[in-house]
Write a protein that binds this ligand. Sequence first.
Ligand SMILES: Nc1nc2c(c(=O)[nH]1)N=C([C@H](O)[C@H](O)COP(=O)(O)OP(=O)(O)OP(=O)(O)O)CN2
Ligand SMILES: [Zn+2]
Length: 150
Amino acid sequence: MGNIRITKQFNFEAGHALYGYDGKCRNVHGHSYKLSVTVIGRPITDVGHVKLGMVIDFGDLKKIVKEEIVDKFDHATVFNKNTPHIELAKELIDRGHNVILADYQPTSENMVIDFAKKIKARLPENVKLHSLRLQETDTSYAEWFASENE
Ligand SMILES: Nc1nc2c(c(=O)[nH]1)N=C([C@H](O)[C@H](O)COP(=O)(O)OP(=O)(O)OP(=O)(O)O)CN2
Ligand SMILES: [Zn+2]
């Protein structure tokens, strides 16, 4: 049996600001992010296996992506910790806000690279991350493909 790709989609709301950017996105603002996670592998053929016919149970994929990404980023504000925004971030943290201090500029490109690393580290041996698509607005998204990052 051949390789099959399966995809699960996630949504989360997050704020961010692009420090030093020459446009309106230098302001703190938010997005309703849509993340599509595609993995590839061979469906299980062992008739005695509870996951017969699955590459990975969608539920198991959901658990990984929720724990690594959605539960952390949903309703958080992401700042580049290598910029003066660290001061703003510290103030918000002190006031009990949910803040993520990223070691990168929080563009959709950098976020999708970060997400790929985190998801890859949690997948079982027989399942590979194929691609991610992170949609920031109705008209803007970034994609990561394993085949382009080997
Ligand atoms: N290459 C990138 N460019 C921009 C990013 C990014 O992550 N990567 N991010 C932003 C802003 O954060 C924000 O997402 C604005 O994006 P944009 O598509 O420009 O939003 P608009 O509302 O102006 O889109 P329209 O649909 O064209 O009105 C900026 N750039
Ligand atoms: Zn934005």
